[in-house]
Write a protein that binds this ligand. Structure first.
Ligand SMILES: [Zn+2]
Length: 141
């Protein structure tokens, strides 16, 4: 790791910023208004409250997040089904339907949140951390 000069603070790591659903440009502003555990709907900001970056890069951009979310749900269901079989050895379809639907419903706020985070952090070309945007809040520039 290169030494940072004392006046530039070290940015949050990419993984940590994604985990906390921070803006991919400045890694300071939040992407969502409420906590990841909010079941009453996840509310996202249209623009980063810190650097004013517009999260939905073009109209309908977050439709792509549905495909990311679909992939996440399929992966979760496969893992759950394999785990359920290994733990119980059961062949009852109702056990699997109950567990898969229950857990996927319980994870839906996280799926919604992280499908957008994954889309912006790792699936959008030319969208990278910009240290200039992290210097000052946009309304103080
Ligand atoms: Zn930002």
């Amino acid at each position: 790791m290169p030494e940072n000069s004392s006046r530039i603070e070290k940015p949050m790591s990419e993984f940590k910023a994604a985990l906390h659903a921070k803006c991919p440009k400045c890694r300071k502003g939040d992407m969502f208004k409420n906590s990841p555990l909010g079941f009453l709907g996840q509310k996202s900001y249209a623009n980063c409250p810190y650097c004013n970056f517009q999260f939905e890069i073009e109209p309908g951009y977050f439709y792509v997040a549905m495909f990311v979310s679909y992939g996440m749900i399929v992966a979760e269901m496969i893992a759950l089904a394999v785990g359920t079989f290994m733990l119980t050895g059961s062949e009852s379809p109702w056990l699997y339907i109950g567990i898969l639907l229950g857990v996927v419903l319980a994870l839906s706020p996280l799926n919604y949140r992280y499908s957008r985070v994954i889309l912006l952090y790792w699936l959008t070309p030319n969208l990278n951390y910009d240290p200039k945007r992290a210097e000052k809040p946009y309304n103080e520039q």
